[in-house]
Design a protein around this ligand. Structure first.
Ligand SMILES: [Cu+2]
Length: 135
């Protein structure tokens, strides 16, 4: 008789604790919804240039902007793709950095002094189409 009462008590106790655990878990999941994402932005825009040396100059300029995590210039499309943390920088800062290195972007004309300092093969045509779609 005593044994039955004891086991019933144990079952109750177990049931009780497991219920308690469930409620605890519920509150935990609902309170850990704190977003840890960085505000990453991806943009693309046209940039004029000729060759692989242009590519490294343009990409170096873009990567030199604080907050830029990835910058790739496509020589065939004359197109830039940049990922950046938009709490640290913005699109215009990236356009300006590329322009300062001597290259024209869609929004900012390249610095002419820097352009004059580019290697001969890199002196791109200022009328060149940019942000092209190439099949
Ligand atoms: Cu070049």
């Amino acid at each position: 008789m005593k044994k039955t009462i004891l086991s019933v008590a144990v079952i109750f106790a177990l049931g009780f604790t497991s219920c308690k655990n469930e409620t605890k878990q519920d509150t935990e999941t609902s309170t850990t919804e704190v977003s840890n994402d960085m505000a990453m932005a991806d943009i693309s825009f046209g940039v004029r240039g000729n060759c692989g040396m242009c590519k490294s100059t343009i990409e170096k300029a873009a990567n030199g902007v604080e907050g830029v995590s990835n910058a790739i210039w496509d020589v065939d499309k004359k197109k830039m793709e940049v990922s950046f943390d938009d709490t640290k920088t913005d699109a215009m800062a990236i356009h300006n950095a590329i322009a300062a290195s001597g290259y024209d972007t869609e929004k900012v004309a390249g610095d002419l002094e820097a352009y004059e300092g580019l290697p001969g093969c890199c002196k791109y045509d200022h009328d060149m189409g940019m942000n092209q779609s190439v099949d």
